[in-house]
Ligand binder design. Structure first.
Ligand code: SAH
Ligand code: SF4
Ligand code: F3S
Length: 429
């Protein structure tokens, strides 16, 4: 029996798909190249916004027509559970039960429906999961779940409470991966700065970064996603102390107005956010700070929106993910707040910010012109050019060949845009 896992949503799902694949291959199931060649198609799903949910639900409909066995894992499995059986799904498996996926597959092959939702996180054998979707980069989940309960967000309901992995286990995983050719890693958590707090033994993200930089052959270390009140300046100091730790901090602000931040239960004021950015930039002057912003949250007035505009103009984020508010069943905002910003107003505000951010990106990128940067090569883009990132998470495209993948090179930037930078290879390191 051949299986194929189709992954939606965030990087955590990417990592979970690698874990699921490992457990299925251990039991002798073969991974198919694409969904058409698979007998079993497993969707690793996201429900962060309605659009994401609709996307995988329509895929289920298509797969049914093709007579495939269908499994659902990820946040969609947690949200919709056994209701998915009515849509023709054969098994559902929770975000903490991935190591039991072979049982679910086996039951469904026998024609039975399976729903597995227990917490088996401690069982996951990360140290031996060496096959990753990329040969030189690995996603590494270090803390599961989220305790923040932002009023709009479904993640605490789909991923459960925060739970950190043991530091020795993570370091061993990284060592094993490094012996297998991995050069870059990304530490993951919905609130990655909370890493270690639940272990009560002094473990922290700063400590983990400090230990990781000593692992031979690991050339670059990333981490995602930071939460403003959990971010410790020790993390910034670690970045400043090592050329291996990426100067990239994804620090979602969500809004520029204190009234809305409070209603979102974000636990900081906009003044505190500005202050934090200032302190980070004092320690890491060229830090690349990126963010997420929600547009059209309940009760967002024109004045509130203008405060977000002011923030975007002043901070100058290196990258910004913008999303229109989407009510999610079960959350506080869905229960108690009326989704009262008209659709036309939401789309106008969204378009305004998209345009503004494009200008910011264009301006920030221009400072790269004629500079030479160190890039780790990722892959060939659709354009035919190869691309990779520098230590500030800039995407840089150049003429190259397959042999460069995973290597470090020096690129001289000859053209900038609001998106990628373009350059010529100067040297292969
Ligand atoms: N833990 C991270 C990311 C969570 S989900 C954080 O705290 O930022 C990724 C992004 O999706 C969020 O940052 C938020 O901007 C967006 N998002 C989450 N729920 C949403 C909703 N109901 N409607 C619109 N955007 C949402
Ligand atoms: Fe969702 Fe907030 Fe947790 Fe991020 S911190 S996952 S937005 S509840
Ligand atoms: Fe989506 Fe779940 Fe990630 S809702 S964004 S897949 S944590």
């Amino acid at each position: 029996m051949k299986f194929f896992i189709k992954t939606y949503g965030c990087q955590m799902n990417e990592n979970d798909s690698e874990v699921a694949r490992y457990y299925l291959e251990q039991e002798g199931y073969e991974s198919a190249e694409n969904e058409n060649e698979a007998d079993i198609v497993i969707l690793n799903t996201c429900v962060v916004r309605k659009k994401a949910e609709d996307k995988f639900l329509s895929t289920i409909g298509e797969l049914r027509k093709k007579n495939k066995k269908i499994g659902v894992m990820g946040c969609g499995a947690e949200k919709l559970k056994e209701d998915l059986f009515k849509r023709g799904v054969n098994f559902v498996i929770g975000t903490r039960a991935i190591s039991r996926i072979p049982e679910a597959v086996e039951l469904s092959i026998k024609g039975k429906k399976a729903a597995i939702f227990d917490d088996k996180l401690d069982e996951i054998d990360y140290r031996n999961i060496l096959k990753r979707n990329s040969k030189h980069h690995a996603w590494i989940t270090i803390i599961y779940g989220c305790n923040r309960f932002c009023t709009y967000c479904i993640v605490p309901y789909t991923r459960g409470r925060e739970k950190s992995r043991k530091m020795e286990d993570i370091l061993q995983e990284v060592k094993n991966l490094s012996l297998n050719g991995v050069r870059e890693i990304t530490y993951l958590g919905q609130n990655v700065d909370a890493y270690g707090k639940d272990l009560n033994d002094g473990t922290s993200l700063a400590k983990l970064l400090n230990e990781t930089k000593n692992i031979e052959n690991i050339e670059r270390i990333w981490f995602l996603t930071s939460y403003p009140t959990d971010f410790s300046l020790d993390i910034a100091r670690e970045i400043a102390s090592s050329e291996k730790i990426a100067k990239s901090i994804h620090l979602p602000v969500q809004h520029g107005s204190n009234k809305i931040l409070k209603k979102m239960n974000r636990r900081y004021t906009i003044e505190e956010y500005y202050e934090l950015i200032k302190s980070i930039r004092e320690i890491v002057p060229d830090a690349s700070i990126s963010s997420d912003i929600i547009v059209g949250f309940p009760d967002e007035t024109e004045d509130d929106f203008q405060q977000t505009v002011k923030l975007v103009k002043e901070i100058k984020f290196e990258r910004l993910n913008l999303a229109i508010y989407s009510p999610r069943e079960g959350t506080i905002a869905w229960k108690y707040f009326e989704d009262n910003v008209p659709h036309a107003v939401k789309t106008r505000r969204m378009a305004y910010l998209l345009n503004l951010q494009k200008e910011v990106n264009k301006m920030l990128n221009e400072s790269y012109l004629d500079k030479t940067v160190e890039v780790i090569v990722e892959e060939r883009a659709k354009s035919g050019l190869f691309y990779g990132r520098d230590i500030r998470n800039k995407i840089i495209a150049f003429e190259g060949d397959e042999s460069l993948i995973g290597k470090k090179i020096l690129v001289k930037i000859k053209k900038t845009t609001a998106g990628p930078l373009y350059g010529d290879i100067i040297k292969i390191i």
